[in-house]
Ligand binder design. Structure first.
Ligand code: GRF
Length: 200
């Protein structure tokens, strides 16, 4: 069975959605651990409820990002992790780490990439006046919010939509798409060639 590690910094609702999908047998894998870089991340409360091991790696303990990532890489290796799932993890991973887990790190972004890369993507799509935005699950490469696209889903924005409503819609879609993408990975159905991911 594949071992999954989820990396988060905050709320952890995507972590929860994945753990639930595993629990109900939709994904046949083991969520072995949650790693956070913020001591007070709410995701840890969820991990304890779910009886999943949670580990806080304090960035302040490391001089550089590369040192942090090396500690993370060692931990994931020791735990025999096959898939790294980024779920609101607010750190950029160094190229060396990404190479060590090539095509075995996935991320979720609350916009239709390549639109609105980076932070506050939901709000920026709304402010821009988009009539549509969405969610992207993708493999992680050496650039931020950039790797090969696995799944995307769209959300329409009607006139007068409030940010909080759009956020709710986006998160609901995330909680559907992320487990779906992870299931495909675990079942070895994702094949990456250049930027193209085929599902078979
Ligand atoms: C999600 O919107 C995700 O797309 C983005 O960070 C947010 C994390 O939310 N990368 P949560 O911590 O999973 O609730």
């Amino acid at each position: 069975m594949m071992n999954i590690a989820v990396l988060a910094s905050g709320n952890g609702s995507n972590f929860q959605a994945l753990a639930s999908a595993v629990k109900r047998g939709y994904i046949r894998a083991c969520v072995k651990l949650l790693v956070v870089d913020k001591e007070g991340a709410y995701a840890r409360v969820r991990a304890r409820r779910l009886k999943i091991k949670d580990i806080f790696i304090d960035p302040k303990r490391f001089r550089t990002r590369v040192d942090f990532d090396e500690a993370l890489r060692k931990l994931l290796k020791a735990e025999k992790i096959d898939l790294v799932v980024l779920a609101g993890f607010m750190r950029i991973l160094s190229p060396r780490f990404v190479r060590a887990f090539k095509n075995r790190i996935v991320n979720i972004h609350p916009a239709l990439l390549p639109a609105f890369r980076g932070e506050h993507a939901i709000k920026r799509a709304l402010t821009y006046g988009c009539t549509m935005t969405g969610v992207t699950v993708h493999f992680v490469d050496e650039s931020v919010d950039h790797g090969p696209v696995i799944l995307q889903g769209a959300v329409t924005i009607k006139a007068g939509t409030k940010l909080s409503d759009l956020e709710k819609k986006i998160h609901r879609l995330e909680h559907l798409l992320y487990p779906k993408a992870v299931k495909l990975f675990v079942e070895k159905k994702l094949h990456v060639k250049n930027r193209r991911v085929t599902i078979r």
